[in-house]
Design a protein. Sequence first.
Length: 304
Amino acid sequence: MKKFHIIILLLMLTEYVKASEDNTFYDQLNVGGFSSAAITLHRDAKAEAAINELNLLLSWNNHSRLSFFSELEIERPLAWNDNERYSRKESKLDLERLYFDYNLSEVVNFRFGRFLTPNSRWNLFRAPPLMWTNSRPLATSRLFPIATNGITLHGALPFKNVELEYKLFTELLEDQQQDNNELQFEHVRGARFSVKSDSDIGISILSFSERDAFNGLSGASYRMLGLDFVTNLYETEISGEVFQRFTSKGKEGGSGAYIQTAVPIKGNWYWITRLESLNRPNEGVSSTGRCNTRFESFCWGLVI
């Protein structure tokens, strides 16, 4: 089976424009978005094609302490295959992010609303145009909540030749809707600390409960420890993450990891290799290794 991925990046559909000397609310709005599409050719000669997502980005900033950002996603707005032809059955609307930022200083900032859970490097930059591959590691989607509805206290502390960043967050409102095949979490709280220099290293600590997939009731409570890094060896980028969960009784509650390399070949072409594993005991899944090897051109895109 062969897959061809096309990423279309729509950058700033409406640029920041000063219509007059007096700034208005509309002058301070920025609208943008991105989309990705995939074509799959099966061994039996059947073909499938789909628009994976269509994302609308809206932000507002009047260069004051307060700013706003939102991301609205239409998942699989259009799909096609040899049997059913065109279909919209899998299409659904999802609010990915919606939050306000209040900046007191470089050291103290507040974020309030729905935001990506800041406990994984991949999770913070998971839009296809911003990543080497448009399929995320399983460990970053099956072990912890991807998004949190709550508040974050974050900032950066310069120290000698490095920068220390911190993020403290807690959930204030549970998700009101559960998508198909999506794990649902509650009582989320945690912290992330990272050191940024030539190499970036991050440590995450989380606690949460995972709802039972069958009846929607609260299930086991977990504590999770995560470690992530990205560095460069000559011209090759090496990144990875590892997660370990424990139940409230101290028993093993699942784990996952991946390591990925991006080796430059020529021009904007890179050879991407990722080895990953996932272990979810409550689903009867044992640790497995998977190596995804593909050509990926990070700089491809259609700019409008």
